[in-house]
Every structure is written in structure tokens, then in C-alpha cells.
Design a protein around this ligand. Structure first.
Ligand SMILES: [Mg+2]
Length: 266
């Protein structure tokens, strides 16, 4: 286990870790100051592909957390990295929001959403514009052997009045219909880790992932040889963490406040 004081790079989940909905969590400001001091680096990581880094910069600024656009990485960024690396110049059939569509196009990824041109890959993201037509077309391409990718595996997404079905729920539908499971690009999978390690030049042994969700945040650390730090300020309770043995956090804290205190005295 790496000592807290030795960790240089902090990959940080947002909802449930830094804020809860519109409310900043205790100690978040001091934690962000800590990770941006003395040669350390902080990067916010989100599986939400329906928003762009500049949206998060704005939201965080409103809570007095100053972050630059380069310090926010979304599963859309992981998708761009993966597509450029493994499907260069190839068209993508996208199931995603207009924002993700524009974000990919701006990064030079050609979107081919007709039925004539065979795409290099089918990419499934969170999609509030999903129609039966799109489901049928994507199904057809997957059945023809076109590689199937998904931005993230989260089943539900927190919303104003409770939760709403997220990309993970849509993955289940396609898996049932096609028998094919997608390559997942966001947390907890390898493409997002590779994208970040390459972009920032981080080494896994000097890097920690901090988050409130076991099967995305902590599993991401476990799978990619990083230090996993669970905070109990969001989704996971201590009882839930202890009742499972699939993922193992290196450190568990009530919130980032206690994490900062422990790191400072380490
Ligand atoms: Mg979270």
C-alpha cells in the first residue's frame, strides 16, 4: 500500500465526493488546495458523457473550486482517445446526446448516423434522444460485426427527482438483443486509465482514485494498479462496503476532509 503522503496525482470523482447535487461537501475546498500544492496534481474524472469539461469548470467555479478545463476528464474524452487510437479516421455510429455528438466532431471523430455507410464502431453513451430507429440501426451494425463500444457502465444517473436510467441500462438491452458486450471506455475500465496516464504522464504507483462508488471509482483503482480511496460521503455506506469483497479500497474516509487531514500528517 502506498503511503498517502507519497501520492502525487489525484484522480477525483465529483458527485458524492466533492459535492452532492448542488451542495459542496465538507473539506472539499481544502482538499482541492492540497492536491494542487507542492508538486501534486489533481484531475476530476467523470463518467458523464452528456456534459463537456467547460460545464464542470463552471459548476465547480460556482462552488469556489477553481479548476481548468484540462483538469476535467469525461468518458467522452476517453472515447475520443480510444477512437483515435484504435479506429483512426473511421466513422462512428453514435447513440448519444447532441452535446456528445458535437464534442466528438470537434475532436475530429466522424459521426455516420445514416444506414448507408458502414461505421468503424458503434458508440453507446447516455442518450436522451434515443429512438427505436437508432436502436434498430445500432443493433443491425453490431450483428454485422461492427465493434461495440460504450462510454460508461453506470446503470442509473442521479437526477432532480430520483434516478433515471443511464448508459449501463441501455447496454443491458443491447447485450440481451445481440449477445455482444461492449468494450467500456470510462471508469472502471482500462481505456480511461490509459488516456489519463498518457495525457498527464502519470505513473499508476504515484496515482490515487478518490470516489464514492465501488463498482466504478474503486474498481477503476483496483484494475489499473492505482491507490483506491473510498469516501463515504456519497453512494456507499460503511456497511455496504464491508458487506462485499469484490473491490478493496486502500483507504476509507468519511469524506475528503479526513483524507486531507490524514495526508497532511503522513
Ligand atoms: Mg460519485
Amino acid at each position: 500500500m502506498v503511503a498517502l503522503g507519497k501520492i502525487k496525482n489525484f484522480l477525483i470523482d465529483m458527485d458524492g465526493t466533492i459535492y452532492l447535487g448542488q451542495k459542496l461537501l465538507p473539506g472539499a475546498k481544502d482538499f482541492w488546495s492540497y492536491v494542487n500544492s507542492d508538486g501534486r496534481k489533481g484531475v476530476f474524472l467523470t463518467n458523464n458523457s452528456a456534459r463537456a469539461p467547460k460545464d464542470y469548470v463552471q459548476k465547480l467555479a460556482g462552488m469556489h473550486i477553481p479548476a481548468a478545463e484540462e483538469q476535467i476528464v469525461t468518458s467522452g474524452d476517453a472515447a475520443i482517445w480510444h477512437l483515435k487510437k484504435h479506429f483512426p479516421g473511421q466513422g462512428v455510429y453514435l447513440l448519444g446526446t447532441p452535446l456528445l455528438h458535437a464534442y466528438l466532431e470537434q475532436a475530429g471523430i466522424p459521426i455516420v448516423n445514416g444506414t448507408e455507410q458502414k461505421p468503424g464502431a458503434v458508440l453507446l453513451g447516455f442518450d436522451m434522444t434515443l429512438t427505436y430507429e437508432k436502436i434498430r440501426t445500432a443493433y443491425g451494425w453490431i450483428m454485422q460485426g461492427v465493434p461495440f463500444l460504450a462510454t460508461h457502465p453506470d446503470i442509473l444517473c442521479p437526477a432532480e427527482n430520483g434516478s433515471i436510467p443511464d448508459a449501463g441500462a441501455m447496454i443491458c438491452m443491447f447485450e440481451a438483443a445481440t449477445g455482444v458486450s461492449p468494450v467500456i471506455l470510462g471508469k472502471p475500465c482500462e481505456p480511461m486509465a490509459k488516456a489519463i496516464l498518457e495525457k498527464f504522464g502519470f505513473r499508476p504507483e504515484e496515482t490515487a482514485m478518490i470516489g464514492d462508488r465501488l463498482y466504478t471509482d474503486i474498481a477503476f483503482a483496483n484494475r489499473n494498479n492505482m491507490t483506491g480511496i473510498l469516501v463515504l460521503s456519497g453512494e456507499t455506506t460503511e456497511e455496504e462496503y464491508k458487506a462485499q469483497n469484490k473491490v478493496k479500497a486502500d483507504y476509507v474516509f468519511p469524506s475528503v476532509r479526513e483524507l486531507t487531514q490524514a495526508a497532511l500528517s503522513d
